[in-house]
Design a protein around this ligand. Structure first.
Ligand SMILES: Nc1ncnc2c1ncn2[C@@H]1O[C@H](COP(=O)(O)OP(=O)(O)OP(=O)(O)O)[C@@H](O)[C@H]1O
Ligand SMILES: [Mg+2]
Length: 296
């Protein structure tokens, strides 16, 4: 190769390297910013997005999207931990106060009453811990054993073991098959039935039917109902619309959150709907569970 040719090749290679370096400059800058962000305690920091319409700009925007998600999930985890600790503290404080009072004046204490109160607190703690564990397992995507289930028969079985405080009318079609885990679906149904029992004024209606490719379970009551604006929020963890009353009744606001995650893990849905009554004083809650029918 002539000296001139070699010099030409060298020049081309140098030019290509310079062009690549120039093109990668925004990426290198973003990397340096990312290194800073990883060290920083401020979770709201983001990388700068170059004002260009190219790959580095899109990459930076995506990195910021991921950082947004991480920040949101860290915030949710913190809120969840705070709420969970708060919920656990209420019955624990009750338990401690009862024991301290009984110990301070052993002669005065009515032992059966103290123990009954303590048992109530322990049961509440137990329920909260059970729900928290169920949520942790569901969040982790733990897959339980699935089997063909006659959803109508499962609903009948759950109703049979309850003693509702008001009449319960069941319109249940049997033979509707879904694929699911009977323990988890049972828990979902219990949560809906317990809510209806807690809120009903005079009656509860339960219906099981098919609708196209889905099995539908409806649990309705004639209590105060749920205002449309609150119908999504009630499925959030630890949400209670009437916290004073729920606290007395022992609700912790986890039942519907658990129920919805179970429905989703079965490929279904759970939501609060209109009661379908059109008189202006219509009240009452209507919860609808939809599950895909088992394909034979
Ligand atoms: N059938 C219903 N009628 C009216 N309000 C309801 C009904 N079901 C649920 N809610 C409202 O939604 C809130 C959340 O319900 P959820 O089942 O998650 O919690 P909870 O019943 O308060 O406690 P937990 O189920 O953990 O014992 C309730 O506190 C209540 O305010
Ligand atoms: Mg509940």
């Amino acid at each position: 190769m002539s000296a001139l040719g070699a010099a030409g090749l060298g020049l081309t290679a140098w030019g290509a390297r310079r062009a690549a370096e120039r093109a990668l400059r925004p990426v290198a800058a973003a990397e340096a910013e990312m290194a800073d962000i990883c060290e920083a305690t401020d979770a709201t920091r983001r990388v700068s997005v170059p004002p260009t319409d190219d790959v580095p700009a899109r990459l930076a925007a995506r990195v910021n999207g991921v950082l947004d998600r991480l920040e949101r999930s860290a915030r949710q985890r913190r809120t969840f931990l705070t709420d969970a600790s708060h919920e656990l503290r209420t019955p624990l404080t009750g338990l401690r106060t009862r024991i301290e009072l009984a110990l301070a004046a052993p002669g005065d204490a009515d032992l059966p009453e103290t123990l009954e109160g303590a048992l109530h607190d322990v049961e509440r703690l137990h329920r909260i811990v059970d729900d928290l564990l169920a949520l942790a397992r569901l969040d982790a995507g733990e897959e339980p054993a699935l089997e063909p289930i006659d959803i109508g028969a499962l609903v009948d079985a759950e109703i049979a073991v309850r003693t509702p405080p008001v009449p319960l009318n069941a319109k249940v079609e049997t033979g509707i098959m879904v694929e699911g885990n009977p323990i988890r679906l049972g828990r979902l149904l219990v949560n809906l039935l317990a809510n209806a029992e807690r809120h009903a004024a005079g009656s509860i209606e339960v219906e099981v039917r098919t609708d196209g490719p889905e099995a539908v379970v409806e649990v309705c009551d004639d209590g105060p109902g749920i205002p449309p604006a609150e119908r999504d929020r009630i499925f959030d963890r630890f949400t209670r619309l009437d916290s004073a009353r729920s606290r007395v009744d022992g609700g912790s606001g986890l039942g519907l959150a658990v129920a919805r995650v179970i429905a989703l893990s079965h490929g279904g849905s759970l939501y609060a709907a209109d009661t379908g009554r059109d008189d202006e004083h219509a009240t009452g809650a209507r919860f609808v569970l939809r599950l895909p029918l088992l394909r034979r």
